[in-house]
Ligand binder design. Sequence first.
Ligand code: ZN
Length: 255
Amino acid sequence: MNRSILWLGVSILFGVSQAVADNHVDWSYEGETGPAHWGALSEDFVACQNGQLQAPIDIQSTMVGKAANKLKTFYRPSAGDIVNNGHTIQVNLKDGGYAQLAGSRYNILQFHLHTPSEETVNGVRYPMNAHLVHVKQPSSSYDAAPPKLAVIGLFFKEGQENAVLKPVLDAMPTKPGSVSLVSQVDLTDLLPASLAFYSYAGSLTTPACTEGVDFYILKVPVELSPAQLQQFKQIFPMNARPIQRLNGRQVVEGN
Ligand SMILES: [Zn+2]
């Protein structure tokens, strides 16, 4: 074999393994690095392609069962950071309280936005949704189980200006980076009056598409103004993963 071709091969292999190892694989919502290719972009992303419990899904309201447990939230005002991570705007909360899900305490970590909504109900897609990401509080400091995530999903329809989103959208970085919240955020103020929900077992909706994430999708949408929707779309015109196969999963409902 020609020595220079051999070297070319070695350097390509080295480059590929480095790309996997450093975890900074470029992915996006369209084209060569879009959702249809996520599973092939990195060996860390195989669940995006091979997973059987992937999110988001279309919720068929006539097919749901009854949930045994209620959803309660105990949010409180918190400082935090507004992050543009290149894929969405995410607000990392320092101490924003918790949700009680299936009898366990899940502390709120962050919330972020998708447009249009990732989940759909009977095929209907809202212009935006928020995912409120929580991690289960370990039962003891010796609990070695991997962190268990739960996401409360919130739909937005166009209407009145949203007061909780306003300071986020007005201050969000238009390029990747982060800024501190100028005022505290209380997620209680973002929720609808009814916490009636659909629940299903899913995954992260971004690479690495890790499974074991429980979703609680609130049935009642809240509002944001058309101007606020456009504010977000100017930075992220489309950041929703396509609907994934149900693969026999049962969706349940509760309140
Ligand atoms: Zn999300």
